[in-house]
Every structure is written in structure tokens, then in C-alpha cells.
Design a protein. Structure first.
Ligand SMILES: [Zn+2]
Length: 155
């Protein structure tokens, strides 16, 4: 019987424990940092990641702005979503319907969010409007005259 020829004997070095450990560390370092994701494309909201503190959504232990990254299409038209800064009645309604997973969480403070507006997975940055229920909560908390106008005033 012919023994299988070892074409790449140096690949055995990949089994070396020190190298294996180093590769694991490199892989760990190459994982996207959650803060970078939250400030850029956002992270998906799942039941176990979503908490509420004083009616403010908390995702990955951070205050989060919620928005739907992939808006609904109806008769070829895209309905541009609003963003949410509170656990408002719209978010509660979506949770009751088991649709919270449609939301993305972001820590952006410029009111601009990455959306999937085309049928491809391409993301485009769009400025969104604050949800009317969240605006109402904002006014309740800060009054009509002094409520923050910019998302960064809130976060
Ligand atoms: Zn809202």
C-alpha cells in the first residue's frame, strides 16, 4: 500500500499549541467591536439583548436608538421608518406582535441610520424622523420649551 504523501509537512505547525493560541487571540481581535457596530451599521435586536431602563431601550448594556433597517415595501414604494428613543407604544405593539427582531439598535446621535432600501443587501445612510410617540414622551419629560432638539442632547 502506498502511504499518502505529505505535500505540506509544514502545515503540521498549525497544530502547534502556541500558534493555535495566537490564532485564537487574533480571531478574537478581528471580531467587530460592539461600540463600533452601534455607532455605524447598528446591531440586530433580539429578545435576550433588549432591556428597558426608565422606558429607554437598552441593547448590549448601552442606551439605544431603535429603528427598522429593512423598511416595508408596498406596491414598489418604500415606507421610510421612524426612529425610537423610548420604549414607546409603537415598540410595545411590535413586541406584542413578536416583531421586535425587525429593529436594529444604534448609538448614532446624528439622526442618520443605515437602511436596506434596495433589494440587495447594500446599506445606505438616511436621515430619519423621530417617532411621534417618542416625541410626545420627550415633551412630557422635558416640557414644550426646553426639550432637546438633537438626539445627542438626549443620549
Ligand atoms: Zn417611538
Amino acid at each position: 500500500m502506498n502511504q499518502p504523501k505529505v505535500f505540506f509537512p509544514k502545515l503540521d505547525a498549525l497544530q502547534f499549541s502556541g500558534l493555535k493560541e495566537l490564532r485564537e487571540k487574533m480571531d478574537a481581535r478581528s471580531e467587530p467591536d460592539i461600540d463600533i457596530l452601534m455607532r455605524s451599521v447598528g446591531v440586530s435586536v433580539t429578545k435576550d439583548k433588549f432591556e428597558i431602563d426608565d422606558e429607554i431601550p437598552i441593547v448590549e448594556n448601552r442606551k439605544a436608538v431603535l429603528y427598522i433597517q429593512e423598511p416595508k415595501r408596498f406596491q414598489g414604494r418604500v415606507s421610510v421608518p421612524k426612529y425610537h428613543i423610548f420604549h414607546c407604544s409603537k415598540i410595545k405593539e411590535m413586541q406584542e406582535q413578536g416583531l421586535y427582531h425587525r429593529y436594529h439598535a444604534s448609538s448614532r446621535t446624528d439622526g442618520k441610520f443605515y437602511l436596506k432600501l434596495s433589494r440587495t443587501n447594500e446599506l445606505s445612510l438616511r436621515e430619519l424622523v423621530l417617532c411621534k410617540f417618542c416625541l410626545s414622551e420627550l415633551k412630557k419629560r422635558f416640557g414644550w420649551d426646553v426639550f432637546p432638539k438633537e438626539p445627542e442632547d438626549f443620549l
